[in-house]
Design a protein around this ligand. Structure first.
Ligand SMILES: C[S@@+](CC[C@H](N)C(=O)[O-])C[C@H]1O[C@@H](n2cnc3c(N)ncnc32)[C@H](O)[C@@H]1O
Length: 415
C-alpha cells in the first residue's frame, strides 16, 4: 500500500533506491516478498534443509583426502554463503546493527555486514577446519567432553558451525562430547548467530552465545580448544594478538590454541614483480600458484614475529607514554650487496599453522596475503625532509615491535 505521507514529509525517505551497503540483504527481503506474492516461497523446512546441506557439502569437500577442484570448492562455498546470508536476513538486524563498524582499544571491530564474506574464504576455512577436526579428535582421546571457545567468531562462526553440522549429520561426534561457546562483541553478530544455530538445528552442541569484548571475557571453565581468527593481512588492524594474549591464560594445560602458530615474515620485493607479474597467468591466487621466478626475486628478511601458546604466555608488554603497550618482536639484519634495494619495498605476511600439518600459507587467503609497507625505506630517502618513515641501510640491524592499540601492527626501530 502507498504511504501518502511519504511524498510530503521530508523525514520519510521513500524506498526508491537501496543503500549499496545493505543492498544485498534488502534484495533478499524483496525477493522473499515477491516469492511469497507468487506463491513460490520456500517453506521454512525447505530453506533449512538447503542451508544444512550446503554446510555439510562444503565440509565434505574440505575434509576429503583427495583435494577437490578449485571451481567445485568455490561453488560449494558460494552456496554456503547464500544460505547463511538468507538466515542472517531472517534475523532482521536493524541497519545500525548490520553496518556498525568501529575501532576498539584492541583493534578494528568489523560490521556483521562486512564479516559475512569470510564464509567464502575457501582455503582459510579449509586450513582451519581440517586442523580443528584433528584437534577435536585428539582431545576426545583424552577426555569425554571438550570445551571449545570461539571468540570474535562473527555472524556465521564459519570455522566451526559447518563442521558441527557435518559431525551431527554423520553421527561422528555427538553433541554431548562438545561444549561450544561462541563469542562476539557485535550485537548484530550475536542475533545472526542465534538464527543460524537454530536454522542449522545444532543447538545441542552450543553451550553459550556471548556478546562481550573477548579481551575482557572470563570463561567459567578452562578451555580445551581456543579457536581464533581475528587478523588481517600483515597481522594488522584486528585484535588477534590482544584477544589471544588474554584468553591463553584460560587454556587447559593440555589445551590448544588454533592456530597453533602464526609466523610473521618480512620480504623485500619489487612491487610490480610480486603483486602484478607473478599473477598474470595464474588462475587464482594461492600458495600453489606462486611464480618461481618472482619468488626467487624476493629478498627474504626472515621471521619478524612468532605467536604461539608459549610465546603468548611469556609475553611481557612494554608500557610507553600515553599508556600505549608494545611487545618486543624479532631483530633482523638487512642483507648487504643488493643492488636494487632502493627500489624494493617491505612486504609482511603471515604463515598460519592451524593444527597438526594443516596450514594457511601465503596467498591462500586475504589474511595471509603479503602486505606492502610503504613507510620502510632501505638505502633510499623519502622525498619529504620532515617525514615520519623508517629509514635504514643495508647491513643495519632492525628491531621490530608490535603495538597493542586500536591499530595493531609493527613498528621498526634501528639499533
Ligand atoms: C572478520 S569478522 C569474523 C571472523 C571470523 N573469526 C571468521 O573466522 O570468519 C571479525 C569479528 O570479530 C569480532 N571482534 C573483533 N574484535 C573483537 C573483540 N575484541 N571481542 C569480541 N569480538 C571481536 C567482530 O565483532 C567481528 O564480528
Amino acid at each position: 500500500m502507498e504511504n501518502p505521507q511519504a511524498d510530503n514529509d521530508p523525514n520519510v525517505r521513500p524506498l526508491t533506491f537501496a543503500d549499496p551497503l545493505t543492498d544485498e540483504l534488502l534484495k533478499y527481503s524483496l525477493r522473499t516478498q515477491l516469492e511469497s506474492l507468487f506463491k513460490t516461497e520456500m517453506t521454512i523446512q525447505q530453506r533449512q534443509h538447503q542451508l544444512q546441506q550446503s554446510f555439510v557439502e562444503a565440509i565434505t569437500l574440505v575434509l576429503a583426502d583427495k583435494s577437490a577442484k578449485h571451481q567445485q570448492l568455490v561453488a560449494a562455498f558460494e552456496q554456503m554463503y547464500e544460505s547463511a546470508t538468507q538466515s542472517m536476513a531472517l534475523a532482521e538486524l536493524s541497519q545500525e546493527l548490520l553496518t556498525r563498524q568501529y575501532v576498539s582499544s584492541s583493534g578494528l571491530i568489523m560490521s556483521p555486514l562486512n564479516c559475512r564474506h569470510t564464509i567464502k574464504d575457501v582455503y582459510r576455512i579449509q586450513g582451519y577446519v581440517r586442523g580443528i577436526d584433528l584437534a577435536i579428535k585428539q582431545q576426545l582421546r583424552q577426555k569425554s567432553v571438550v570445551n571449545v571457545l570461539y571468540p570474535a567468531c562473527g555472524p556465521f562462526a564459519p570455522l566451526l558451525l559447518p563442521l558441527l553440522k557435518y559431525y551431527q549429520q554423520h553421527g561422528q561426534i555427538k553433541a554431548g562430547q562438545l561444549k561450544v561457546t561462541l563469542l562476539d562483541i557485535q550485537a548484530g553478530a550475536i542475533l545472526s548467530l542465534r538464527q543460524l544455530v537454530s536454522d542449522l538445528e545444532i543447538t545441542d552442541y552450543i553451550c553459550d552465545i556471548v556478546e562481550q569484548d573477548a579481551t575482557e571475557y572470563i570463561p567459567e571453565q578452562s578451555i580445551d580448544l581456543l579457536i581464533l581468527e581475528a587478523m588481517q593481512h600483515g597481522f594488522t588492524r584486528e585484535g588477534q594478538l590482544s584477544i589471544a594474549k588474554h584468553l591463553v591464560h584460560y587454556l587447559d594445560l593440555e589445551g590448544s590454541l588454533i592456530p597453533q602458530q602464526v609466523s610473521v615474515r618480512g620480504i623485500m620485493v619489487i612491487g610490480e614483480t610480486e603483486f602484478s607479474h607473478q599473477w598474470q597467468s595464474a588462475a587464482f591466487t594461492h600458495s600453489l600458484n606462486v611464480d618461481p621466478t618472482a619468488q626467487a626475486d624476493r629478498i627474504e628478511l626472515g621471521e619478524i614475529f612468532k605467536v604461539n601458546k608459549s610465546s603468548l604466555l611469556k609475553a611481557q608488554p612494554i608500557a610507553l607514554d600515553g599508556g600505549i603497550k608494545v611487545l618486543t618482536a624479532n631483530q633482523l639484519t638487512i642483507p648487504k650487496g643488493i643492488e636494487d634495494m632502493p627500489q624494493r619495498i617491505l612486504a609482511i605476511y603471515a604463515h598460519i599453522h592451524t593444527y597438526g600439518q594443516e596450514t594457511v600459507q601465503q596467498y591462500d587467503s586475504g589474511i595471509t596475503h603479503p602486505r606492502p609497507d610503504m613507510s620502510f625505506y632501505i638505502d633510499a630517502q623519502p622525498n619529504q625532509i620532515d617525514h615520519p618513515y623508517f629509514v635504514a641501510n643495508s647491513g643495519d640491524t632492525v628491531q621490530f615491535f608490535y603495538q597493542l592499540t586500536g591499530l595493531p601492527g609493527f613498528i621498526a626501530s634501528k639499533l
